[in-house]
Design a binder for this molecule. Structure first.
Ligand SMILES: [Fe+2]
Ligand SMILES: [Fe+2]
Length: 224
């Protein structure tokens, strides 16, 4: 019998094909009106900057950069009519939308590579809430992986600052007010405080630049 273990080990040790995987998924997600490649890339950069600032260093920055960008990968399994619907989602539509974390986790569902493990953790838990009222697992506070608590803040931040099919972008003042209202409810209070400090100091563009720099991309334009 062929011994596969050494081969598997050598695949595991290869440099991660992060950029290629993330770009592939970004293209797949462009079918969702509100999840553009730019949104995903910003989430990656913001999450990387925020992680450094809260002192979370469990994962290398570049891995987090790309894994965070995949947070909504499960939306490929949600009907486009629901993703693009203007106005509020009905009960059954909302239920279908809320499956995207589980779908994403299943798509990424393998333990064999640390990048996929992190991407799955984020995809599965980025809609959990600090107060336990989130989904899909209803995890509370520190039971929610830190990676997902970080992405939860930057995802809402960026979503509010962008035009969506059902509403225009909010001005920054309103975005900050909304985030503050979620302190200790939707968001980890310490992560949120840290994010607001960063945003007030550097602005969104500064945050994006520092995330990219930490991930090793500097000012280089990321290939599409
Ligand atoms: Fe999501
Ligand atoms: Fe998102």
């Amino acid at each position: 019998m062929v011994e596969v273990r050494p081969q598997l080990q050598s695949i595991r040790n290869r440099p991660e094909p992060l950029g290629a995987v993330a770009r592939l998924v970004a293209r797949a997600l462009i079918r969702c009106d509100d999840e553009t490649a730019d949104h995903q890339r910003r989430i990656g950069a913001y999450a990387t900057a925020l992680a450094a600032s809260v002192g979370w260093d469990r994962e290398p920055p570049r891995r987090l950069f790309h894994a965070a960008a995949l947070h909504d990968i499960g939306k490929v399994g949600v009907p486009a009519a629901i993703l693009r619907k203007r106005g509020r989602l009905e009960g059954s539509e909302m239920a279908a939308m809320r499956l995207h974390p589980e779908i994403g986790a299943r798509l990424l569902g393998t333990d064999w590579h640390p990048f996929l493990r992190l991407a799955r953790e984020i995809a599965l838990h980025h809609h959990e809430r600090w107060d336990g009222l989130g989904y899909p697992r209803g995890l509370r506070a520190a039971a929610i992986p830190m990676s997902a608590r970080i992405v939860a803040v930057v995802d809402v931040f960026d979503a509010l600052r962008c035009d969506r099919v059902y509403r225009p972008a909010l001005p920054d003042g309103d975005v900050v007010t909304f985030l503050r209202q979620g302190r200790g409810r939707r968001f980890d209070p310490q992560v949120l405080d840290c994010f607001l400090r960063l945003f007030q100091r550097d602005g969104a563009d500064g945050l994006e630049r520092s995330g990219r720099r930490l991930a090793g991309y500097g000012l280089r334009r990321l290939p599409h």
